[in-house]
Design a protein around this ligand. Structure first.
Ligand SMILES: [Zn+2]
Ligand SMILES: [Zn+2]
Length: 148
């Protein structure tokens, strides 16, 4: 298997685990590379769920980072409408989450989590708002970033 390098600082990535899925982590900047397969497993997604997949990317634009997988310019986008931008391989081989992005999604999840625990009705309205999307995805994303 080819040695993957960090798109930001070119450090060799090391094998890591993200909620049981294989990932590669940069020991310098703590960014994480997840293959598309790993990401989809974490999202509890299925190949047939095209609607959910189609919602993953908003506001795509290229950035000056070389993909660890193919060395092409990575694409930055807003993840599922959250206030969180991550980068992806232009040929969909995988995703790059830098340390700041990791922190940002933790904030998003924390906020959402405290809202949920505050009242059952908040939880109901959340599920209502997410109707049509698998509830499992949100749980998986939380797990992905260490929130259970
Ligand atoms: Zn790095
Ligand atoms: Zn690539």
């Amino acid at each position: 298997m080819q040695q993957l390098t960090c798109p930001v600082d070119q450090t060799d990535l090391i094998d890591s685990k993200t909620s049981g899925e294989e990932s590669s982590k940069c020991p310098t900047c703590e960014g994480v590379w997840l293959t598309t397969h790993a990401m989809e497993s974490l999202e509890d997604n299925s190949a047939s769920d095209d609607m959910v997949k189609g919602q993953r990317q908003y506001g795509k634009h290229p950035v000056d980072h070389a993909c660890p997988h193919c060395n092409e310019q990575m694409i930055r986008f807003r993840y599922r409408g959250f206030n969180l931008e991550i980068e992806a391989c232009p040929t969909d081989a995988g995703f790059w989450l830098d340390e700041k992005e990791d922190r940002d999604i933790r904030d998003v999840m924390k906020q959402r989590g405290s809202n949920l625990s505050r009242s059952a009705s908040a939880e109901k309205s959340w599920h209502k708002a997410r109707r049509g999307e698998k509830v499992g995805i949100f749980q998986r994303v939380k797990q992905l970033f260490g929130f259970n």
